[in-house]
Design a protein around this ligand. Structure first.
Ligand code: SF4
Length: 189
């Protein structure tokens, strides 16, 4: 179920309306630091591929950020390959699949990493702050934190979707790309 192409000029707006928290966080950190470590690049890069960002746009997107940190030349030499690789254009030419929630939740980010699932890997304080930034508060916040305490991370994410879209999400969230598709369906209907 491939969804439509997305274009680079819409990406900021799409990130703020339709990215799940894990991808919002990576996207924000990339914009802020102009850099992400390998696992973060994989998690966000494959997600962006999955939502329909074409290879040329993906290269332009990562290049614009990384060149501010490491320079365009080093980006082209050291990082562009792995982006083409994600799109199956290098190496074994495997077309890599975007990560599921389960895979992301099971990952083990350490200090300085930004991949992973915020519901699982953030401190309570950081999670509350991130949810607040998405406009979540009050009763919805309490319900989400309750799910997190019981280790129901995908349910916490589903409740976040419901709180920020003002609609129910009966299927539940099990994949970041599914979150995106459900969100676009909601906003475009
Ligand atoms: Fe991302 Fe899934 Fe965690 Fe939601 S539950 S933040 S989509 S990994």
């Amino acid at each position: 179920k491939d969804c439509a192409e997305i274009s680079l000029k819409d990406i900021n707006q799409l990130a703020s309306t339709s990215f799940p928290l894990c991808m919002r966080h990576l996207f924000g950190k990339l914009r802020e630091d102009h850099h992400l470590k390998h696992q973060g690049r994989m998690q966000l890069g494959l997600f962006l591929k999955g939502v329909g960002l074409k290879l040329e746009d993906a290269l332009a997107f990562w290049r614009a950020e990384f060149s501010q940190k490491v320079g365009a030349e080093r980006f082209d030499k050291e990082y562009a390959y792995s982006i083409r690789h994600n799109y199956g254009k290098e190496g074994k030419r495997t077309d890599y699949t975007p990560y599921s929630c389960q895979k992301i939740i099971m990952s083990t980010p350490s200090t300085g990493d930004h991949h992973g699932c915020p519901y699982r890997h953030f401190s309570e304080e950081n999670l509350r702050a991130a949810l607040n930034k998405m406009g979540v508060g009050g009763r919805a916040m309490d319900d989400i934190m309750d799910k997190v305490r019981n280790r129901h991370y995908q349910l916490a994410c589903t409740l976040t979707f419901e709180a920020t879209h003002g609609t129910s999400c009966e299927t539940g969230i099990n994949h970041p790309n599914q979150y995106f598709v459900e969100s676009r369906k909601f906003f475009e209907s």
